[in-house]
Design a protein around this ligand. Structure first.
Ligand code: ADP
Ligand code: MN
Ligand code: MN
Ligand code: MN
Length: 338
C-alpha cells in the first residue's frame, strides 16, 4: 500500500516569538481529506508548551498541501495545538483567529502579506563582506547582477516550491538591504492566508538548510542605515472593494488609529527598533494614514485612491509577526469596531 509522509507542522511556545516545529508521520494510504489524517501528540516540555511532569500536547491537523520537496503524494500538514484534556493551548493563536473570522465571515475579508526576510550566512547577511560593510543601500532593491544581489538560488527554489504546494504565492523581489528579500502571499481569506504564510515560512527555513542560509525574521537585524524587515499586511473587505469603498477604508483607518497600541502589541517583538520614522516607516509612537505614503502607518495604495475602492496596507507589522494574531486584530478592529 502507498505510504504518505505527512510533515505535521505547529507553532511552539517560545516567547516572545514562537518558532515553527515539525515531525514526520507515515500514514498508510493516500490522504485526500483532512479526516484521513489522525491526530498526534508530542512532548510539550521540549517546546515550552508544558512542564516535564505532564508534558503531552495534542496536534490536530487543520490544513494540508502537497509537499513540494518530497513530491509524490506526500504532504505538509498545518496543525493546531491542544492540551491533553482537549482544551485550546494558550500558544494556539490560530484558534483566536478562527473565532474572530467566523464572527465576521459576512464581511468577506481578504489578506495579502508581504514577507520580508534576510538570508544569513555565518552570522552575516548573504553577500556581505566578512568584516566590513557592503556599499550603502540604494542599488539593491529589485536589482539584478552579482554585484547587487545575493541568495537568488534559494529565493527562486522557494518560489517554485510554494507554487508546487499550491499556495496563493503572488510574487518576490530583492529588498533594500543586500541579502534581504520579500515574497507575498494572498489575497485570501484570513485563516487561509495565515496558514499559507506559515507553510511558506516553513518551506523557506527548510530549503535554507540545504543552502546553509539561516532565515532571519528580526524586525531590525542591523542598526544604523539599514532597512528593517516588515510584514506589510494588505487588507480589504467586500465593502472596501465595492464602488465607493474608499470611504469604508478611511473609516477603518480612523478606528485603527484609535486602537494603535492594541495592534502594536501583536505586530511582532522588537518592532520598536524598526518603526523609527526612517527607512520607509512611521514612528511606533505615531499613527498616520495617507494615499501612497510609505512613511505612514497605513498606506492607501495609489490604485485604490484612483479607482475609489480597493484595500489598505498596514505597514506596521514586523517580519516576525504571527499572521494569526495580525489578521485577528485587523478583523476585530475594522469589522467588529471593537
Ligand atoms: P507593495 O507595493 O507594497 O510592495 P506588493 O505588490 O508587494 O505591494 O504586495 C501587495 C499585496 O497585496 C499582495 O500580497 C496582494 O496579494 C495583496 N492584495 C492585492 N489586492 C488585495 C485586496 N483587495 N485585499 C487584500 N490584499 C490584496
Ligand atoms: Mn512589496
Ligand atoms: Mn517590501
Ligand atoms: Mn508594501
Amino acid at each position: 500500500m502507498q505510504k504518505t509522509m505527512a510533515e505535521y507542522i505547529w507553532l511552539d511556545g517560545v516567547q516572545p516569538t514562537a518558532h515553527l516545529r515539525s515531525k514526520t508521520k507515515i500514514v498508510e494510504g493516500t490522504v485526500t481529506r483532512l479526516e484521513d489524517l489522525p491526530g498526534w501528540g508530542y512532548d510539550g516540555s521540549s517546546t515550552q508548551q508544558a512542564s516535564g511532569h505532564f508534558s503531552d500536547c495534542q496536534l490536530k491537523p487543520v490544513h494540508f498541501v502537497p509537499d513540494p520537496i518530497r513530491g509524490e503524494n506526500h504532504i505538509l500538514v498545518m496543525c493546531e495545538v491542544f492540551n491533553a484534556d482537549g482544551s485550546v493551548h494558550v500558544s494556539n493563536t490560530r484558534a483566536g483567529l478562527r473565532e474572530v473570522a467566523a464572527c465576521y465571515v459576512g464581511e468577506e475579508s481578504w489578506f495579502g502579506i508581504e514577507q520580508e526576510y534576510v538570508l544569513m550566512e555565518g552570522g552575516r547577511p548573504a553577500g556581505w563582506p566578512k568584516d566590513s560593510f557592503p556599499a550603502p543601500q540604494g542599488d539593491y532593491y529589485c536589482a539584478v547582477g552579482d554585484r547587487f544581489v545575493a541568495g537568488r538560488g534559494l529565493v527562486e527554489e522557494h518560489m517554485q516550491a510554494c507554487l508546487k504546494a499550491g499556495l496563493r504565492f503572488s510574487g518576490i523581489n530583492a529588498e533594500v538591504m543586500l541579502g534581504q528579500w520579500e515574497f507575498q502571499i494572498g489575497p485570501l481569506p484570513p485563516l487561509q492566508m495565515a496558514d499559507e504564510l506559515w507553510i511558506a515560512r516553513w518551506l523557506l527555513l527548510r530549503l535554507g538548510e540545504d543552502y546553509g542560509y539561516d532565515i532571519c525574521l528580526d524586525p531590525k537585524p542591523f542598526k544604523g542605515d539599514w532597512n528593517g524587515s516588515g510584514a506589510h499586511t494588505n487588507f480589504s473587505t467586500r465593502a472596501m472593494r465595492a464602488p465607493g469603498g474608499q470611504a469604508v477604508i478611511e473609516e477603518a483607518c480612523e478606528i485603527l488609529g484609535r486602537n494603535h497600541d492594541k495592534h502594536i502589541a501583536v505586530y511582532g517583538s522588537g518592532n520598536d527598533e524598526r518603526l523609527t520614522g526612517r527607512h520607509e516607516t512611521c514612528s511606533i509612537r505615531e499613527f498616520r494614514y495617507g494615499v501612497s505614503d510609505r512613511g505612514a502607518s497605513i498606506r492607501i495604495p495609489m490604485a485604490t485612491a484612483q479607482s475609489g475602492a480597493g484595500y489598505l496596507e498596514d505597514r506596521r507589522p514586523a517580519a516576525n509577526a504571527d499572521p494569526y494574531q495580525v489578521c485577528a486584530a485587523l478583523v476585530r478592529t475594522a469589522c467588529g469596531k471593537w
